[in-house]
Ligand binder design. Structure first.
Ligand SMILES: NC(=O)CC[C@H](N)C(=O)O
Length: 368
């Protein structure tokens, strides 16, 4: 089944379809990870995007029951050089073609994904369409150029109702903007008593759950499309310790008066070096973001830059100068990728402990 991949700039690639036979339109983004395709295709932050992988062989260890980052993938399509037809691994249960067919997502193989990546890097983000070879490319191109990409992805992928993930440790409210399950796993591993809540929960509702700390998850799209979350974070600041990841980091920055901007082609991969400006240490990190916090907007805000990307100098971490809150643009939960930054979850729990001690000391001094 021949298929075509048509880019907004008029480039056409011809390949072989796999997975669902449907046509699809989305923003085409590249990920440079050599492994971790299952976590990538199930990361809700890719909602509405067509993902291409620069590594040429994808699907060789199949799809297994453990490595999903969400129950249903939200991506709009998958572009690979070679989709392995004979996966081999003791955990393998399905090929990627079988999986995409089951989930009704179109894929296209036989594409020179490194050439495609160079086009995106030169041009900047592009919309693209995966469609049948029988479609008229001129008509598809017209449709593609006229298509406005959706701006309600967070609403689409966030949980509709709160749910608990109990533990015996600190109580953490985890705001789900399109959460990767790795974040929940990391909190549960540390025995946190977690309540996951929808993206549009108010600050009052969250505070009424008496959290020891609040986590702001990753999620898809432009942070400015979620104004209710910015209002919520403003209401939380200073009332409870906050740790934000990726979209959570961007929303936190907006709530503190800084600004975010769309990047030319984003960071997506498993080996992005990030420097901690306090310790000078460099961590290799897993990343997936197309927006970043604008550097010039920090000076008038109560924020301090704590981490930067070594590849292009963009902001990768922030902390609030007055209240207990810090955020990172990258993924300390990895899934997939290196676990260098995993200690940030401990840092969050330590921040909760210090905040509790300060609160107890303040109460004592009032009594005196
Ligand atoms: N992984 C994320 O949370 C991504 C954040 C945001 N959607 C971006 O692309 O920048």
């Amino acid at each position: 089944m021949k298929k075509q991949l048509i880019l907004e700039d008029g480039t056409i690639f011809i390949g072989k379809g796999f997975g669902s036979d449907t046509n699809s339109i989305g923003e085409v983004v590249f990920n440079t990870g050599m492994t971790g395709y299952q976590e990538i295709l199930s990361d809700p932050s890719y909602c509405g995007q067509i993902v291409t992988l620069t590594y040429p062989l994808i699907g060789n260890y199949g799809i297994n029951r453990d490595d999903f980052e969400s129950i249903s993938p939200a991506i709009s399509g998958f572009i690979v050089k070679e989709a392995s037809e004979f996966p081999s691994n003791w955990r393998n249960e399905q090929s990627i073609a079988e999986y995409f067919e089951m989930k009704n997502i179109p894929g296209i193989a036989g594409i020179d994904t490194r050439k495609l990546t160079r086009i995106i890097r030169q041009h900047g983000t592009l919309k693209g369409a995966i469609c049948s070879i029988s479609e008229n490319p001129e008509l598809i191109l017209e449709k593609l150029r006229a298509t406005k990409l959706r701006n309600d992805q967070v609403k689409k992928v966030s949980t509709k109702t709160p749910y608990p993930s109990p533990g015996r440790g600190r109580r953490v409210v985890l705001v789900d903007f399109g959460m990767k399950h790795g974040i929940l796993r990391e909190l549960n591993k540390r025995d946190c008593d977690v309540i996951v809540v929808p993206y549009n929960t108010t600050a009052e509702e969250i505070l009424s759950m008496s959290p020891d700390g609040v986590m702001l998850s990753n999620g898809p799209g432009d942070p400015k499309d979620v104004p209710e979350a910015i209002t919520m974070i403003k209401g939380l600041l200073g009332n409870v310790p906050i740790f934000g990841i990726c979209l959570g980091h961007q929303l936190f920055a907006l709530a503190c008066g800084a600004n975010t901007e769309k990047m030319k082609f984003g960071h997506r991969g498993s080996n992005h070096p990030v420097k901690d400006l306090q310790t000078g240490k460099v961590a290799l990190t897993s990343q997936n973001h197309g927006y970043s916090v604008e550097e010039n907007s920090i000076s008038g805000s109560p924020l301090e830059v704590t981490h930067i990307a070594l590849n292009d100098g963009t902001i990768e971490g922030l902390k609030h100068k007055e209240v207990p809150a810090f955020t990172v643009q990258y993924h300390p939960e990895a899934s997939p990728g290196p676990e260098d930054a995993n200690g940030l979850f401990e840092q969050f729990l330590q921040m909760i402990e210090s905040h509790k001690e300060e609160g107890a000391a303040a109460c004592q001094s009032v009594q005196i």
